[in-house]
Design a protein around this ligand. Structure first.
Ligand SMILES: NC(=O)c1ccc[n+]([C@@H]2O[C@H](COP(=O)([O-])OP(=O)(O)OC[C@H]3O[C@@H](n4cnc5c(N)ncnc54)[C@H](OP(=O)(O)O)[C@@H]3O)[C@@H](O)[C@H]2O)c1
Length: 229
């Protein structure tokens, strides 16, 4: 089948490992489903895979793509949940110490077909296109959980999102605005701050800039560069 994959780990020149070509049709073990992929989305994680981070050398070649949406053999339209648990795990997938994302142990979604455990296949809401559904996985679920499960923020409160253009931070801006938060964003360039505005940020600031007031919650996905802010 057609696939886009990392042929080998390339720590210093990750795109040198990016290969567009053919991979064998996958087997479908009991308890798994084959999904014909209609849309897949790119995640920063794919670049880490090309670099060989978070994946053992013997697992290459690895088809890229943590997230996707597609069609089951019976024609039903589905979206994938990309956190794969160890066999028999019950409850919250993210608490399983042996969990993995697609592309870490199982092959990813940048292919004609992806094979995943049955519990990772969910009905695609009719209101979402395949492309939209394919973006709802890793980054958006992370943002959703930060905002609606962990933060405790209520509509009308002010949230600061560090980073204007990141996968998680753009999802935070869109979700926060839709939920009625006042959304403030820091970004490193005017172009990136404009992007945040176009997504619904109420105000944007240069990274590290003094803010006009206190915020109710800080959404930090950058790391050390913004910890002092
Ligand atoms: N993507 C996911 O699905 C996912 C899921 C779970 C956890 N995570 C974790 O969340 C973190 C972010 O992931 P991501 O995929 O969103 O990364 P990303 O798309 O590369 O975004 C990184 C963000 O960090 C900002 N940034 C980077 N260096 C900076 C610096 N020196 N000063 C100020 N801002 C800086 C960027 O700001 P600008 O916009 O200004 O460039 C950008 O908004 C990572 O630790 C990742 O492991 C990601």
């Amino acid at each position: 089948m057609f696939a886009v994959y990392a042929a080998r780990p390339e720590a210093d020149d990750p795109l040198a490992a990016l290969t567009v070509g053919e991979r064998p049709d996958p087997d479908v073990p009991a308890g798994s489903l084959a999904v014909t992929v209609r849309a897949a989305s790119l995640n920063m994680h794919d670049l880490w895979t090309l670099r060989g981070v978070g994946i053992k050398p013997e697992q290459f070649p690895m088809i890229l793509g943590c997230d996707g949406a597609g069609v089951l053999p019976d024609g039903s339209e589905v979206v994938l949940h990309s956190v794969v648990t160890s066999p028999g795990w019950m409850g919250d997938e993210t608490l399983d110490p042996k969990r993995s994302l697609l592309t870490e142990r199982l092959q990813g979604t940048f292919a004609d077909t992806v094979v995943v455990p049955e519990r990772n296949v969910l009905p695609k809401p009719e209101s979402l296109s395949f492309a939209e559904a394919a973006c709802m996985g890793t980054a958006w679920l992370t943002a959703y959980r930060m905002l609606f499960v962990k933060s405790g923020l209520r509509p009308g409160q002010t949230m600061l999102v560090q980073g204007a253009s990141g996968g998680v931070s753009t999802a935070l801006v869109l979700l926060g605005r839709a939920a009625g938060m006042r959304v403030w964003v820091t970004g490193r360039s005017a172009q990136k701050r404009e992007l945040a505005c176009s997504l619904g940020a109420h105000a944007v600031f240069e990274s590290g800039a003094r803010l006009p007031g206190r915020v109710d919650g800080v959404f930090e996905t950058v790391g050390k560069a913004t910890w002092d802010h």
